[in-house]
Design a protein around this ligand. Structure first.
Ligand SMILES: CC(C)(COP(=O)(O)OP(=O)(O)OC[C@H]1O[C@@H](n2cnc3c(N)ncnc32)[C@H](O)[C@@H]1OP(=O)(O)O)[C@@H](O)C(=O)NCCC(=O)NCCS
Length: 218
């Protein structure tokens, strides 16, 4: 199968939108946004994301324990700087004689789905993995998770099934100058996008303070 994400010429455009989705690396200061994002997922989405029923307290503990020095968390923000998509790239422990691997987990709020956000998070994570010497990218999901299976297949991942679970693997090529430049360009683009949205939000708030917030049509 053609391995789109592992190939030399990584696609930068998400398929459905025809434009690049800015993906930002998150830090410990984003814990509140991450928590809010995950708490907005309904019971079924939480089951698909974490593989089991996941009450609020478990999500709270998961967010508190996120280690931003060890793992990498990526996010996509909407115009109001709401975190509509996030991916957790967890580096698996080094095992003697085995290639380095990372696990990818992702969630997109229903309002942001089918716009290429999940694809962009997977692409960004794959490029970052290559640039940090990861050779295998794993996704563990339920085989009933049609959207995630579709994303994995589209990325050229090999999929193994067992007991209703699916393990998708993407073998990654080593980093090269193009992946380094691609990641640097993504960082710049996402920073610029965030700054623009921040300014827009501030100026909107200033106008609303003067004029009153416009009421949305029912
Ligand atoms: C899986 C998930 C991250 C996808 O996010 P997204 O932003 O909608 O992803 P994209 O828009 O990049 O791509 C979705 C693709 O799946 C397709 N899709 C969506 N629902 C589908 C379904 N039920 N069956 C088949 N394909 C489906 C879309 O048409 C789109 O395909 P295309 O790009 O070829 O048009 C999102 O649905 C989600 O957060 N689900 C809940 C949590 C979860 O399942 N996480 C994954 C386990 S770690």
């Amino acid at each position: 199968m053609h391995n789109k994400l592992a190939s030399k010429h990584l696609p930068v455009k998400p398929y459905s939108t025809g434009r690049t989705v800015p993906v930002r690396e998150l830090h410990a200061g984003h814990r509140k946004e991450i928590l809010q994002h995950l708490l907005q997922l309904n019971a079924e989405d939480r089951r698909l994301r974490f593989g089991t029923q996941t009450p609020d307290e478990v999500i709270q503990r998961y967010v508190e324990r996120l280690d931003f020095n060890k793992d990498t968390i990526f996010g996509v923000f909407d115009l109001n700087l709401r975190l509509i998509g996030m991916a957790h790239l967890a580096y698996l422990p080094k095992i003697e004689g085995q290639v380095r691997a990372a696990e990818f987990g992702v969630s997109v709020l229903p309002v942001g789905r089918s716009l290429g956000v999940g694809t962009a998070l997977l692409q960004r994570s794959a490029v970052h993995s290559r640039n940090t010497c990861i050779k295998n990218l794993h996704v563990h999901c339920l085989s009933s998770n049609k959207a995630m299976m579709h994303l994995a297949q589209k990325a050229g991942m090999s999929i193994e099934y067992a007991h209703g679970d699916a393990d998708a693997y993407l073998k990654l090529l080593p980093a090269n100058p193009s992946t380094i430049v691609q990641e640097a360009a993504n960082v710049q683009w996402a920073d610029m996008d965030y700054a623009l949205k921040e300014n827009l939000k501030r100026s909107n708030q200033a106008w609303w303070w003067f004029l009153g917030k416009p009421k949305l049509a029912p």
